[in-house]
Design a protein around this ligand. Structure first.
Ligand code: A2P
Length: 279
């Protein structure tokens, strides 16, 4: 039992819906992740997003400050006792220009109302689940590849991540490595769960083992040849898409071409799409 005089217990949050940052890690001059405390009352489904942010600058005349909030996918799974977020850093971005300076112990605002379409409930049962991400669009899948339900529902999970440069793949690569080595997941799902997870990273503007936009690799069939898969079908394949507007539009067309239909929470089907919010 901790004494009630513990400084942390007495700390009064200065912000509405305040949570405390517990860890910050920078990957490139454009990308970082951070973890923060999770409100005890916050329940969410892996893959959902919430509004987070900071207090904005004081109004020049009234001096009043308003919260500056943006939608962020929760990158941690539903069972995690903390929350994780993966963010772009934009030097003149209203929120990310400030957010990138977060340090352990700082406070952020978190509105505890999770929503989103990249959830298992929005897909009909299938055999293979594809995650298609560009850039920070990997965040909801960072949550879902740590979620036991993902491995219980599917025989194979394929995470594709397309970035401009190799360094932008680091977060995803480290995450996949940590999931494969996760003893808790192995205990919950079974020793061989990691064999189900396939990682397919590609770059478009820097040399790497696999180059090209995932959309082009799908259209040419190269990704199927690489993975030893015949193709996609509405019977076996399910997909979740999260990236730029361009990626989302192009992939919709490709998935529809394979006969997959878009689903929603209220009407599950074969694929779901959400835009990567920040950046
Ligand atoms: P590209 O370099 O060919 O534009 P960004 O950093 O601009 O958000 O892009 C992240 C990654 O997403 C880049 O590798 C980019 O490729 C890729 N990308 C952008 N638009 C599309 C699209 N319509 N389909 C597939 N990949 C895309």
């Amino acid at each position: 039992q901790k004494p009630v005089t513990d400084a942390a217990a007495q700390k009064v949050p200065a912000l509405p819906d305040a949570q405390t940052v517990t860890e910050v890690q920078h990957y490139t001059d454009r990308l970082f992740r951070f973890r923060c405390t999770r409100p005890a009352s916050l329940r969410f489904r892996s893959g959902e997003f919430v509004m987070i942010g900071l207090m904005g600058d004081p109004h020049p005349e009234t001096g009043k400050q308003k919260p500056l909030l943006r939608a962020y996918s929760i990158a941690s799974p539903a069972w995690d006792e903390e929350l994780e977020f993966y963010s772009i850093k934009v030097q003149d971005g209203p929120l990310t220009s400030k957010l990138q300076h977060l340090k352990e112990g700082d406070e952020i605002i978190l509105r505890p109302k999770p929503v989103g379409t990249l959830v298992h409930d929005a897909l009909l049962p299938g055999k293979r689940l594809w995650f298609f991400a560009t850039g920070t669009g990997i965040a909801p899948f960072a949550s879902l590849i740590r979620e036991p339900e993902t491995y219980e529902r599917y025989d194979q999970i394929i995470l594709t991540h397309t970035c401009r440069e190799v360094a932008e793949l680091t977060y995803g690569r480290e995450l996949v490595d940590s999931v494969r080595a996760d003893e808790m997941l192995a205990e919950v799902i079974g020793e061989n769960f990691a064999d189900k997870l396939v990682y397919y990273p590609t770059t478009t503007r820097e040399e790497s083992p696999k180059m090209g936009r995932v959309t082009d690799l799908l259209r040419s069939g190269e990704i199927f040849r690489d993975l030893g898969i015949e193709g996609m079908s509405a019977e076996t394949d399910r997909a979740m898409v999260c990236g730029s507007m361009g990626l989302n539009t192009d992939l919709k067309e490709i998935l529809e071409g394979f006969g997959l239909k878009e689903g929603a929470n209220s009407e599950p089907a074969e694929y779901v799409v959400e835009k990567a919010f920040v950046g």
